[in-house]
Design a protein around this ligand. Structure first.
Ligand code: NDP
Ligand code: OXD
Length: 310
C-alpha cells in the first residue's frame, strides 16, 4: 500500500520518519506521480495541500492531516466528501504549546513587561509582589493541547479555569462548558490562553463585546488561530490599556503584513505561527498505528467530525 505526501517545508524529516515506521510502504511525493499511480493511492498525508492536490486521487481511503488544526483542510474545495479525515493528536505539540504558554504567562505574572519598560528609561523600581494565587489563568479549549498546558501550569499554583464545548471535569480546574457560560469564564481570566479549533462556531468568538468582558489589565495568549479573535478590537483594547499584553502566534493574515500595527505595538509579542510544530517521529508513528487499525477494521485516533469542524 502506498502513501502520497505533501509536507510543511522540507520533506526529508518526514521521509526519514516514514522509512523508520512504515518501511514496507512506498511513498510518493505530490507532484511527482503520474495520473495512473495517483488514482490508486489509498492514503494521503497532507499539510495545507495545494488547490489541485486532490485532482485524480479517486482511490483515497483516508486523509491524514500532518497537524492538529483542520480548518484549512476542511475548507479545501477539492476535499473528497466521504473519505475520513484524521488529524494529529498531540504529536509532540502539547509540550511545545505548554512551554510557549508558560513563557507568556510568566512574562506578565513576573512583570517582565513592566521591568523591560522601566529598563528603557533607566528606572530602578521594584515591580511589587507576584503572588501566583492572584493571577487567574483561563484556557479556552480543553483538548489535547489545552490539557497539556494545564498539566504544565499545575505546579505553579495559579488558579486555573477552562472552557470547552462539552463539559469536562479536570482535577483542580474550574471548568465551564457552552456559550452561555463564556461571560462568567472570561470575566475571571487575568491571563487568557486560546487553544480552540477554528470552526463555524468559534470564528470571531473573541469579538469586541467578549474581549470587553475580560478584567481590566488582562492579557491574551493566542496560540490557536487568528480568526478566533477580532484583531481590530484587540488593538483598540491594547491601545486603551484595557488589555495589558498580548502574545500572538496566529493572525487573520499570515504572514502578518509588514505594515500591520501589531508588529510594532509596545505591548505585543508577535511570533510567526511557531508555537508548536508537529514532530515527524511521533506523528508518523500515530499515522502508522492508525493505518494498521483502519486496515483491521478498527477505529482510528483523531478522526475529524466534519459537521463539528474539528
Ligand atoms: P482538540 O480538538 O483536541 O481540542 C479542542 C478543544 O476545543 C476541545 O476541548 C473542544 O471542546 C473545544 N471546542 C471546540 N469547539 C468549541 C466550541 N464551539 N465551544 C467551546 N469549546 C470548543 O484540539 P487541539 O487541542 O489538538 O488543538 C487546538 C487548536 O490549536 C487546533 O485546532 C489548531 O487550530 C491550534 N494549533 C495551533 C498551532 C500553532 O502552531 N499555532 C499548532 C497546533 C494546533 P470539547 O472538549 O467539548 O470537544
Ligand atoms: C496545527 C498548526 O494546527 O501547526 O497543527 O497550526
Amino acid at each position: 500500500m502506498t502513501l502520497l505526501l505533501t509536507t510543511p517545508g522540507d520533506p526529508s524529516p518526514w521521509l526519514k520518519a516514514l522509512k523508520a515506521e512504515m518501511p514496507q510502504r512506498e511513498v510518493h511525493l505530490w507532484g511527482q506521480t503520474d495520473a495512473e499511480t495517483g488514482a490508486q493511492l489509498p492514503y494521503a498525508l497532507v499539510w495545507r495541500p495545494p488547490a489541485e492536490f486532490f485532482d485524480g486521487l479517486t482511490g483515497l481511503r483516508a486523509i491524514f492531516n500532518l497537524g492538529a488544526g483542520v480548518d484549512a483542510l476542511l475548507t479545501h474545495p477539492g476535499l473528497p466528501k466521504d473519505v475520513p479525515v484524521v488529524r494529529i493528536v498531540d504529536g509532540g505539540m502539547a509540550a511545545q504549546m505548554a512551554e510557549y504558554a508558560l513563557y507568556g504567562l510568566l512574562h506578565v505574572h513576573r512583570r517582565f513587561d513592566t521591568m523591560a519598560d522601566q529598563q528603557t528609561r533607566g528606572v530602578w523600581a521594584d515591580p511589587g509582589i507576584c503572588d501566583p494565587g492572584e493571577t487567574r489563568v483561563g484556557i479556552l479549549g480543553l483538548g489535547a493541547l489545552g490539557l497539556g498546558v494545564i498539566e504544565k501550569l499545575r505546579p505553579f499554583g495559579f488558579p486555573l479555569s477552562g472552557w470547552s464545548r462539552s463539559f469536562r471535569s479536570v482535577e483542580g480546574v474550574q471548568t465551564y462548558a457552552g456559550l452561555e457560560t463564556l461571560p462568567e469564564f472570561l470575566s475571571a481570566c487575568d491571563v487568557l490562553i486560546v487553544l480552540l479549533p477554528l470552526t463555524e462556531d468559534t470564528r470571531n468568538l473573541l469579538s469586541a463585546e467578549r474581549l470587553a468582558l475580560l478584567p481590566q489589565g488582562a492579557s491574551l495568549i493566542n496560540l490557536a488561530r487568528g480568526a478566533l479573535v477580532d484583531e481590530n478590537a484587540l488593538l483598540d483594547r491594547l491601545n486603551s490599556g484595557a488589555l495589558r499584553f498580548a502574545l500572538l502566534d496566529v493572525f487573520h493574515q499570515e504572514p502578518l503584513p509588514p505594515d500591520h500595527p501589531l508588529w510594532r505595538h509596545p505591548r505585543v509579542i508577535v511570533t510567526p505561527h511557531a508555537s508548536a510544530a508537529t514532530l515527524p517521529g511521533p506523528a508518523i508513528a500515530q499515522i502508522a498505528a492508525n493505518i494498521e487499525a483502519f486496515e483491521r477494521g478498527e477505529a482510528m485516533v483523531g478522526v475529524v467530525d466534519r459537521d463539528r469542524g474539528y
